[in-house]
Design a protein around this ligand. Structure first.
Ligand SMILES: Nc1ncnc2c1ncn2[C@@H]1O[C@H](COP(=O)(O)OP(=O)(O)O)[C@@H](O)[C@H]1O
Ligand SMILES: O=C(O)C1=C[C@@H](OP(=O)(O)O)[C@@H](O)[C@H](O)C1
Length: 346
């Protein structure tokens, strides 16, 4: 089965794109944001004999209702947090976030069961972004479940298709994309995902195994065990845990390349269930905001080069930024004060 690349004419030109690989949320707003409209979404041309060519449906899902209140937290909530407080905090941290991100897309990566699809929908809804799930896009395009794609065509073919989907999404802004757990293993996919911010949802494998065992592994062919046709819940969990452990070992080096790493761990009495989706989203939003603040401060503190035109030959001079100047002044004042204190002591 040969992989055919998507005809480039099918991908709307987004304008010049920054090729820098890391921290794209922080990239200066050189681009006019590209707002995704369902009607301009590209058709995904997947490789292989079927050559299915369909318009990709838009999935702007409603946020999943979180019925469980947030559990008591050590971090980020100092005290017992209730759902109202969490909602308020989420609203606070989301304020002006879109403008600051300049529509930068968010790519969720992580192992199976880490909640990429669940969180992705909620995040997209909160940020007023469009949501895409690469597995669902492939299933719709090929008109078959992920497990059948693996069974009938093999994992390589699935990975080729997955790469095509990511390539097609990369030019767009204002997206939350839930990727498949193995998308990270192809280096090329990183070049697509780094058109946005890549966020790793990182949780312990026993938590992930519990979730996928509960859900059933039909959607996740890599977790299927050849040993038993009708596995018990416990066998499902054990098989899933063993497989997830070995996959995580292989993949950690890839996940480590993400821009942000968000913990799924729960706290206190709900520890074994992991943090509720809304709490994970709050952590993610805080991390995004923090990254933006850090970058702003870093930019501010950089020296500016000033070209001066005194006479015939322009000369170049390095000028401190206002923030750096302020810091220098403060340091000077502190030194002077220290000097005065020392003199007084003598
Ligand atoms: N924060 C969470 N708390 C409890 N269950 C969750 C949470 N996030 C996801 N789940 C459940 O875990 C399972 C896997 O979630 P999913 O979003 O499909 O993960 P992924 O897309 O990463 O494979 C689903 O049954 C989902 O309802
Ligand atoms: O980890 C993986 O290699 C896979 C994860 C799955 O997606 P989820 O992570 O959404 O379960 C799906 O893409 C496929 O079964 C392969």
């Amino acid at each position: 089965m040969q992989a055919s690349l998507l005809n480039s004419r099918q991908v709307p030109c987004p304008g010049p794109r920054c090729s820098s690989a890391r921290g794209l949320a922080l990239r200066p707003p050189v681009l006019a944001p590209v707002h995704v409209q369902p009607s301009i979404l590209p058709a995904v041309h997947v490789p292989g004999s079927k050559r299915v060519h369909r318009r990709v449906a838009m999935h702007r899902m409603q946020a999943q209702e979180e019925s469980t209140p947030a559990p008591a937290q050590e971090h980020p909530f100092p005290e017992e947090a209730d759902f109202d407080m969490l909602t308020t905090r989420i609203a606070e941290v989301t304020k002006n976030l879109n403008e600051e991100l300049c529509g930068c897309s968010i790519y969720l990566v992580g192992m199976m069961g880490s909640g990429k699809s669940t969180l992705g929908r909620m995040l997209a809804n909160t940020m007023k972004y469009a949501f895409f799930d690469t597995d669902s896009m492939l299933e719709k395009t090929l008109d078959m479940p992920v497990s059948s794609i693996f069974k009938d065509y093999g994992e390589d073919y699935f990975r080729d298709c997955e790469a095509q989907v990511l390539k097609q999404l990369a030019p767009y802004k204002n997206l939350v994309v839930a990727t498949g757990g193995g998308a990270v293993i192809r280096p090329m996919n990183w070049s697509y995902m780094h058109s946005g911010v890549v966020v790793w949802l990182n949780g312990p494998t026993d938590l992930l195994a519990k979730r996928v065992a509960k859900e059933g592994i039909e959607k996740r062919p890599l977790l299927a065990s050849p040993d038993s046709a009708n596995p018990s819940q416990e066998q499902l969990y054990e098989n899933a845990k063993a497989k997830l452990d070995s996959l995580l070992e292989e993949r950690t080096k890839f996940y480590d390349s993400a821009d942000l790493k968000i913990s799924l761990e729960g706290y206190c009495e709900d520890a074994e269930k992991g943090a509720p989706t809304a709490v994970v989203m709050y952590r993610l939003l805080c991390a995004l905001r923090q990254r933006i603040e850090d970058t702003k401060a870093e930019r501010e503190s950089r020296r500016n080069v000033v070209i001066e035109n005194h006479g015939d030959v322009p000369s170049m001079r390095v000028q401190e930024s206002p923030l750096a100047q302020q810091q220098q002044e403060q340091e000077q004042q502190q030194q002077q004060q220290q000097h005065r204190d020392e003199q007084q002591e003598q």
